[in-house]
Design a protein around this ligand. Structure first.
Ligand code: C2E
Ligand code: SIN
Ligand code: SIN
Ligand code: SIN
Ligand code: FE
Ligand code: FE
Length: 379
């Protein structure tokens, strides 16, 4: 018997099918209610380790922004990061292939730095990439050292870990989408807070109506539910740049001087500046809306005098929603308009201020839009 092998009594047995099912059921239940990414990664790693009787197991994820792979280890180590593409995990992920190795030290792709630091002896390794719902590889399972007598991972282990991996890909994606929403809301609240308290008076119910109008206009144009919902959540931020405009101008009862109006026009660029740094889909959409909601179909709008389809469809839709609502509302400088007068303006401006298709969508969706106007009326 080899000196570096343990006495026979210390070896573990493979799980019976009953034990295996028990492990899967117990862990999937825990994973479904975990509330932190860290806990999800650790639970998944523990599940994989128990299923295949490995000594250690880790779930690695890709950090696209930093071009790194990272994992969280259960017992004390915290987060570990390695460059994208490095080591066996990196190879498995970048080449989208499962790898089984009986002795890591005989494989040049293995990075033994960690062993040198900790004194641990990595021998058998199995690495399996996993995918999100669209089939894109988003991470990998890595199991280290098999605790049964054979000491190596088998095809059976590969099948089991692949099962865990396919489950993990799906639940991780669901978890990260949940995180994304929470994180986005935090970001919005933060940027709103940062830009101060001075806000234009109409903001509250005006933006709620504009959100709903944009959604129905978008659906009327044949946009997908998902994208219409994205625009619905982004369009409330169209006038966020107004927070930087002095109240004395914004709430001026009468007509504006040219200089004052130029200053107000700046709310498009200011809003764009505030939102554009984010990589998040929602805030990117919002930054486009903020920038382009005062462009006009005939090229006479501001700030860039874009024309026709040069104007992002989000800008063209929000323009119709915004003006429809602004005309129907009283402002410091004007009375609310009657519906007939509003519709006459849209007719006259169809193909001038507004994209004709969006005006047609407004007419088609009018019953629903009037319903929203009643529901979301100013109190
Ligand atoms: P807002 O009040 O939210 O109006 C948004 C857009 O709705 C306006 O963009 C304009 O296209 C349309 N709109 C609103 N009220 C009227 C109206 O009485 N007649 C017509 N034909 N269209 C109207 P616009 O013109 O680029 O104005 C941007 C913002 O500038 C306005 O946002 C408002 O905050 C401010 N503003 C515009 N005109 C005046 C004004 O005469 N006095 C004051 N105090 N502010 C004004
Ligand atoms: C590797 O995949 O080679 C690096 C991680 C490890 O030490 O197992
Ligand atoms: C969100 O839906 O994530 C943000 C809510 C909003 O500001 O519309
Ligand atoms: C962006 O910079 O985020 C897009 C602005 C544009 O569409 O012009
Ligand atoms: Fe505006
Ligand atoms: Fe507005």
């Amino acid at each position: 018997m080899n000196d570096d092998r343990r006495p026979a009594g210390a070896f573990k047995e493979e799980l019976t099918p009953e034990q295996l099912l028990k492990v899967i059921f117990e862990f999937t239940a825990k994973i479904a209610t975990a509330d932190r990414l860290e806990s999800v990664l650790i639970l998944m790693a523990d599940m994989g380790r128990e299923m295949i009787v490995a000594d250690r197991c880790a779930v690695w994820l890709i950090d696209e922004e930093r071009r790194e792979l990272f994992t969280v280890v259960a017992h004390g180590g915290g987060e570990i990061r390695i460059p994208y593409g490095s080591g066996l995990v990196g190879t498995a992920i970048s080449e989208d292939q499962s790898i089984i190795i009986d002795d890591a030290y005989e494989d040049p792709r293995h990075n033994s730095d960690n062993d040198k630091r900790t004194g641990y002896r990595t021998k058998a390794i199995m690495t399996i990439p996993f995918r999100n719902n669209e089939g894109r590889v988003i991470g990998a399972y890595q199991a280290v050292n098999k605790l049964t007598e054979s000491g190596v991972f088998s095809d059976k282990d590969m099948e089991y870990l692949s099962l865990a991996a396919s489950y993990s890909g799906k639940s991780l994606e669901a978890f990260m989408l949940r995180e994304e929403i929470v994180e986005t809301q935090r970001e919005i609240i933060f940027s709103m807070g940062e830009i101060g308290e001075s806000r234009s008076k109409e903001t509250g119910s005006h933006v709620r109506r504009v959100a709903q109008y944009s959604y129905w206009l978008a659906l009327g144009l044949g946009m997908s539910e998902r994208e219409a919902a994205l625009l619905r959540d982004a369009s409330p931020m169209h006038d966020i740049g107004k927070v930087a405009i002095p109240d004395a101008i914004l709430h001026k009862p009468g007509a504006l001087t040219d200089e004052e109006f130029d200053q107000i026009k700046g709310h498009t660029l200011i809003g764009h500046q505030l939102l554009r740094h984010s990589k998040r889909e929602l805030l990117r959409a919002a930054s486009i809306v903020a920038l382009e909601h005062h462009e006009k179909w005939d090229g006479s709008g501001y700030p860039q005098r874009l024309k026709g389809e040069e104007i992002h469809i989000y800008g063209r839709i929000t323009a119709v929603a915004d003006v429809f609502d602004a005309l129907g509302s009283a402002r410091a400088y004007k009375q609310a308009w009657e519906l007939d007068r509003i519709l006459a303006l849209f007719e006259a401006e169809r193909g001038r201020h507004f994209d004709p298709r969006v005006v047609d969508s407004l007419i088609a969706q009018l019953p629903r839009i009037l319903e929203i106007r009643d529901q979301e009326a100013e109190v």
